[in-house]
Design a protein around this ligand. Structure first.
Ligand code: IMP
Length: 426
């Protein structure tokens, strides 16, 4: 994606999240100087393999594994500080030195234990099937203008004052929700006092840092979390997360002007998955759904929940191409489809008897649509050894070409396995 003119690239999920963005970021970061997370928080998860140990990065961009890359948690992220330090510690234990190349925006909001209590107690969260990481309540506080930000830790006395009010408010809400849980002011005050000396040395005006890097000709990768259909504006509201996951959110959440961004890569699986509740028009019937889940290892990396699985939905991806302004598409997990004799692809919907080529605003309407399928021949042989497009079986190439044509964005990458070398650059 990077070339002489393309120096600031956003990588976004173009379905319901879990498309494999982390892996693409990991590979693209080889050519980047900065990797910036711009929204979401510890609701995301990317499994990292170092040697023979596996662990999950939730808030630190996977670009951190490249020693020359500087990583940033942008202002648009809601940061769960303890988890963040847990990730830093795990990296240190495995010999990854992050000193001097990990920064956190001083404008980022904090996710505190009371946010998690509220998420767990909320009936709405249960209904949506949230990850339970306090994401919604933390963004509610941000937009309600009562959030506590990283910069507040510079004045701990003032931060304690804010906490008195926020903890009391959280406890009133917990009572209203009928929860027996209560947040403790002392515990929160102790947490902030303990975290401040470790967090403040990493705190910076990261928008300025990235702006200066771009001015100096450096390459910047902006790493999205979740996917377009979980965007609070463009997703299947209210079954969404609480941030703007789409490319527009990258400018705001990284602290850049939109004109700084000159490439947008959308990542899609060769099929579709969703974790949590809400409509999923192409959800596959038994036994195909189970087979996709088993072959694709489709279990949430944060919650371990089984993901709902189905066929590629070109209506959804076409919509994601539009709302993100995608300049390229990366198709992941093609190999998961290797054994299928026939592969349906949804080209449009029927809604109340009419053909519908766009994603409707109402989740219940999307829940009612009937997918219009085109059935493509499978290839029934392994693709995992292919390193060039020309090495893929002809029906697999035809499948990818059809996805590209239906989606309306050029194919740039295809992944055929979990290893880094199993990414084909088109
Ligand atoms: P929240 O972000 O925890 O509030 O959850 C809201 C919705 O977004 C739920 O349906 C979650 O399952 C979904 N979600 C949040 N983060 C991710 C992710 O990283 N991958 C997939 N789904 C996610």
């Amino acid at each position: 994606m990077f070339d002489g003119r393309t120096t600031c690239v956003v990588v976004v999920g173009a379905q319901w999240g879990d498309e494999g963005k982390g892996k693409l970021v990991d590979v693209l970061a080889e050519r980047a100087d900065f990797v910036v997370r711009y929204q979401g928080g510890a609701n995301a998860g990317h499994t990292v393999v170092i040697g023979d140990s596996h662990f999950i990065l939730r808030q630190i961009p996977s670009g951190i594994l490249h020693p020359n890359v500087t990583c940033v948690v942008g202002n648009g992220v809601v940061l769960e500080p303890e988890t963040f330090f847990g990730e830093l510690d795990q990296l240190a234990e495995r010999g990854v030195d992050t000193a001097g190349r990990m920064f956190v925006s001083d404008r980022a909001h904090l996710v505190l234990p009371f946010h998690k209590l509220l998420d767990a107690a909320s009936e709405k969260s249960q209904n949506i099937g949230t990850t339970g990481r306090g994401i919604g309540p933390a963004y509610e506080d941000k937009y309600g203008r009562r959030g506590i930000r990283v910069a507040d830790l510079r004045h701990l006395d003032c931060a304690r004052g804010l906490l008195v009010d926020r903890v009391a408010r959280a406890n009133r809400l917990l009572e209203l929700m009928g929860s027996g849980e209560r947040a403790s002011f002392e515990q929160h005050a102790e947490l902030l006092a303990r975290l401040a000396p470790r967090l403040l040395p990493l705190a910076a005006d990261t928008g300025l840092l990235v702006h200066r890097a771009l001015k100096a000709g450096k390459r910047v990768l902006l790493e999205g979390a979740q996917g377009a259909l979980l965007d609070v504006d463009h997703g299947t509201y209210p079954y969404v997360t609480s941030s703007n996951t789409t490319a527009g959110g990258a400018a705001v959440g990284a602290g850049l002007g939109p004109t700084a961004i000159n490439g947008v890569l959308g990542v899609v699986k060769a099929y579709t998955t969703r974790v949590g509740n809400g409509p999923l028009p192409t959800e596959a019937e038994s036994p195909f759904g189970e087979r996709l889940r088993e072959l694709g290892g489709e279990f949430g990396s944060v919650t371990g929940r089984p993901r709902r699985c189905g066929w590629f939905d070109a209506t959804v991806v076409r919509y994601a191409v539009r709302v993100n302004g995608l300049t390229g598409l990366a198709v992941t997990k093609l190999d998961v489809l290797d054994s299928f004799a026939e592969i349906p692809v949804c080209t449009a919907y029927r809604l109340d008897g009419e053909v519908c080529e766009e994603v409707p605003a109402m989740a219940d309407a999307l829940g009612r649509v009937r997918p219009v399928y085109e059935v493509l021949p499978g290839w029934q042989q392994s693709t995992s050894g292919a390193r060039r497009l020309s090495e893929l079986p002809q029906p697999a190439r035809a499948y990818l070409e059809r996805l590209q044509d239906l989606s309306g964005a050029p194919l740039r990458y295809v992944s055929v396995g979990t290893r880094r070398d199993q990414i084909i650059e088109v």
